[in-house]
Ligand binder design. Structure first.
Ligand SMILES: Nc1ncnc2c1ncn2[C@@H]1O[C@H](COP(=O)(O)OP(=O)(O)OP(=O)(O)O)[C@@H](O)[C@H]1O
Ligand SMILES: [Mg+2]
Length: 318
């Protein structure tokens, strides 16, 4: 379904450049869910936007290969990309309300999405299909919700409406970029369960992007842990949780447990202070300054090494 090989993205700003994504490779089969996990700024969204070729003009992208559903994305022109974006690949974001038009009713917006894929659809069919879609995303009383405006929706409902619009084209790949970050915990798990059901029903492939490793356990078949633009560990979800190897993966697991123990602030402070130090690292392992296990060898950059034939880890200390 999707193969990305050796992806690099640089943002060329006026006085400096940001290496946002460095030599990232991954693949996914039809109906699979992969998760890209890492802290803010690790390059997760940039990877997603690179696949859709939606990066700003000052971003420089290079890769050995990006193949999606038999199509060569690197060679695809804008016409093909806009077909792929509208139909085969859709994206949902953290803050659905800001992506919905505030002055158009939910129903009209879903009708527009349906018409974008089938311009000949009659008003009556659009109405029937919109109600079907809202039922699919488990919205109670869909007839009433169709008449509502985005500001009348709760965060969870808005995300369901957004998901309904995203699946209206029957896409092959859904990119969910922090889809539940703005929602409270119970709603978060409902939305993730909904995505999992849709995935089974439509054989939908999903890229789940999140900074919260614990959320991936609902959905992900494989997890790619990112740090500072690189993949530092990749494994099945089971392998990541039962046998984390990279010190950063271990830290993520501990920190997601700590979040549940209400230690969010302490961790954020810690991460922020360490981030400053970390941004000064120019050579060697990306994680060097934060790592408790480092030694002289870590001044050289480690490659992504196969570990036990099961997972890949970017660390010298295997
Ligand atoms: N449009 C942009 N222009 C310049 N730099 C950017 C741009 N978008 C991202 N970056 C930089 O690229 C790096 C990766 O950012 P990206 O948004 O991909 O990370 P992320 O993992 O999605 O973070 P978050 O969890 O905050 O969404 C960061 O250093 C960021 O500051
Ligand atoms: Mg992001």
């Amino acid at each position: 379904m999707l193969k990305v090989e050796g992806l690099n993205v640089e943002y060329l700003l006026t006085s400096y450049k940001v290496d946002a994504v460095k030599n990232v490779s991954f693949y996914m089969k039809k109906g699979e869910c992969i998760a890209l996990v890492g802290e803010s700024g690790s390059g997760k969204s940039t990877v997603a936007m690179a696949i859709m070729k939606l990066l700003p003009p000052y971003a420089k992208i290079s890769a050995k290969e990006i193949m999606f559903d038999g199509k060569d994305i690197l060679k695809a022109d804008e016409k093909l990309m806009s077909e792929i974006r509208g139909k085969d690949v859709t994206v949902i974001f953290q803050d659905p309300i800001s992506y919905l038009n505030p002055i158009i009713s939910v129903g009209e917006q879903i009708f527009e999405a349906l018409m974008a894929h089938n311009s000949k659809i009659s008003d009556k069919d659009a109405q029937v299909q919109a109600i079907e879609l809202l039922k699919k995303v488990k919205i109670a009383d869909p007839e009433r919700v169709l008449k509502m405006y985005p500001f009348q929706l709760s965060g969870g409902m808005a995300q369901r409406v957004f998901i309904a619009m995203a699946i209206s084209a029957n896409p092959k790949l859904l990119i969910a970029d922090e889809p539940t970050t703005a929602l409270d915990l119970t709603i978060q798990s409902q939305i993730l369960k909904l995505l999992n059901n849709l995935r089974k029903e439509y054989n939908l492939s999903i890229i789940l992007i999140t900074h919260d490793l614990s959320l991936t356990s609902y959905l992900a078949d494989r997890i790619y842990v990112m740090y500072n633009g690189q993949i530092v560990e990749e494994d099945t979800a089971e392998g990541i949780f039962s046998n984390p190897i990279h010190p950063y993966t271990k830290m993520l697991i501990t920190s997601s447990q700590a979040i549940y123990q209400g230690e969010v602030k302490r961790l954020k402070d810690k991460m922020n202070s360490e981030k400053e130090v970390n941004s000064k690292v120019e050579q060697g392992c990306n994680f060097l300054r934060k790592c408790k296990d480092s030694n002289a060898e870590c001044e050289k950059e480690p490659p992504l090494i196969e570990y036990n034939g099961l997972k890949k880890v970017r660390c010298w200390k295997l």
